[in-house]
Design a protein around this ligand. Sequence first.
Ligand SMILES: [Zn+2]
Length: 166
Amino acid sequence: MPGRRPFDTVLKPVIGQFFSAGADSLKASIKVTQIEKGGKYDVKASISGGTLDAAVEGQYDSATGCHAEISALEKCQPASNVTLRVSPPPCKRCAFVLDFYRRKHGWTIEGPIKAFGATSGGSYFVPDFVLDDVILDELVVKGIISQDEANTNRDKIKSYFMTATW
Ligand SMILES: [Zn+2]
């Protein structure tokens, strides 16, 4: 058994690469649609279709740092084959999360442009199910890190993800 690898020097770079690849994959798959723009902080995301009976909407919350996409996701996961629509396009962090739902649950992401939305310096809210089921689970399933490394570095990985400095 290999020992636990150090976080900063060994794990961080490979984890960062994995985050970037997921975000890029989502960016490339954004279905460009004409979407009405809200104000700078008036960002809403809606999820509809697929297995949902009724559309759900999420809104950016500056107090918690919960982005509109995550707020909408919290209300409907794990819906399948839905369409999530948001303007501006998802930031890198939301893009990584949404790519998981795109691949695993057949989600379509609609945005105004194939690009990342700005990553502001503000806080970013990561719900526990996103951290455990999307971020850590994927790192382990894809063989990037071991389960032991995921357990040991849970908080560090969460912080690193939130900063989007990858
Ligand atoms: Zn975001």
